[in-house]
Design a protein around this ligand. Sequence first.
Ligand SMILES: [Zn+2]
Length: 140
Amino acid sequence: MERLHTVDEEYMALLERAYRLVTPKAQRRAELPRVEVENQPRKTFIKNFGQIAKRLNRDVYLMAKFFQKELAVPGTIDGDVFILHGEKSPKVVEAVYERYIRLYVVCPVCNSIDTTLEKGERIYLLKCLACGASTPLKVI
Ligand SMILES: [Zn+2]
């Protein structure tokens, strides 16, 4: 006798299929959003900062803090735009962005970029949504 699929099984199969379609693409590092940098005298605008933070599942203020520290300039968040109060070339900003991804986004176990950062007491936990690994990181 042929077994009938329950709604739950069908739903799970659907989810699994959707996941397979989405996941390999989302994990590709090459598909990370690029930083859109614009310079003005004594100012640097990262125009898609909010979108990047959203894509990387990161708190926009925590990410901003890292950039300010690395570039040694204060900054302000204005919607999606992050304004650094100092002139930094796009190349320099990109290097900081790369460093942030390497240190706080990429899973050291499987290289996925689909991770979350959870705040602990003295450390952060980098949790990988692809392989499930938890990696403790020093507080930014
Ligand atoms: Zn992983």
